[in-house]
Design a protein around this ligand. Structure first.
Ligand code: FNR
Length: 188
């Protein structure tokens, strides 16, 4: 039997919608993950005030500290988000902007994998490249490939269970998470 390295990942979700397709993917990750991989959700992006340097000067909000500690303690971060107007949702960018202001910036050197779901055919590709650009400044180590961009998500997610059911997409996510394990090991 091969030894399984336990890996603890945190997820950052870019949608607040109750019926979110991206939330459905996050919900399905544990059953698609390689052995030993566990997930915990970072605080919802709804909990961050709009970034304001004056507010920061009064003290970093507790939710930001909480997210920063969780990212620091994790082996990696999986960001799962829709594309809004060819870019990342404002709420997601706002959360990342806040986290980036923490001392000992938590994304620095942190392995990150990105997944996106959209209703259209491109699967959120444009949002992913904008997100990658921001993560360059934060010095995160973003997994290059495979890129998980899920188009026409409404046909791949079962509304009743709120889970990703499309088998090729499920297998592809397992392939990405397996590549992420190797990437995390390589960076150690
Ligand atoms: C969208 N949507 C969208 N889709 C896309 O492929 N490219 C885009 O640029 C946009 N832009 C956009 C802007 C705004 C403000 C909204 C609300 C939506 C559609 C989007 O992919 C779709 O609503 C997803 O289902 C949203 O993700 P969740 O909430 O289901 O996870």
């Amino acid at each position: 039997m091969t030894d399984v390295q336990p890996l603890h990942l945190v997820t950052l979700l870019g949608s607040l919608r109750k019926g979110s397709l991206n939330a459905a993917v996050v919900r399905t990750l544990p059953e698609l993950a390689p052995a030993g991989m566990t997930f915990a959700a970072l605080p919802s992006i709804a909990g961050y005030p709009i970034y304001d340097a004056d507010l920061q000067a009064e003290g970093i909000p507790a939710v930001v500290e909480e997210a920063g500690e969780a990212i620091r303690a994790a082996d990696g971060v999986v960001i799962v988000s829709p594309e809004y107007n060819y870019s990342m949702p404002g709420g997601l960018k706002n959360a990342i902007d806040w986290i980036s202001r923490l001392k000992g910036q938590p994304f620095a050197g942190k392995p990150v994998a990105i997944q996106s779901v959209s209703g259209g055919t491109l699967g959120g590709a444009r949002m992913q490249y904008h997100l990658r650009q921001a993560l360059v400044f934060l010095d995160a180590h973003v997994l290059n490939k495979p890129e998980v961009m899920i188009g026409q998500g409404q046909n791949k997610i079962d509304a009743a269970t709120g889970k990703l059911t499309d088998e090729p997409t499920r297998q592809f996510i397992t392939t990405q998470l397996t590549a992420f394990v190797a990437y995390i090991e390589k960076l150690r």
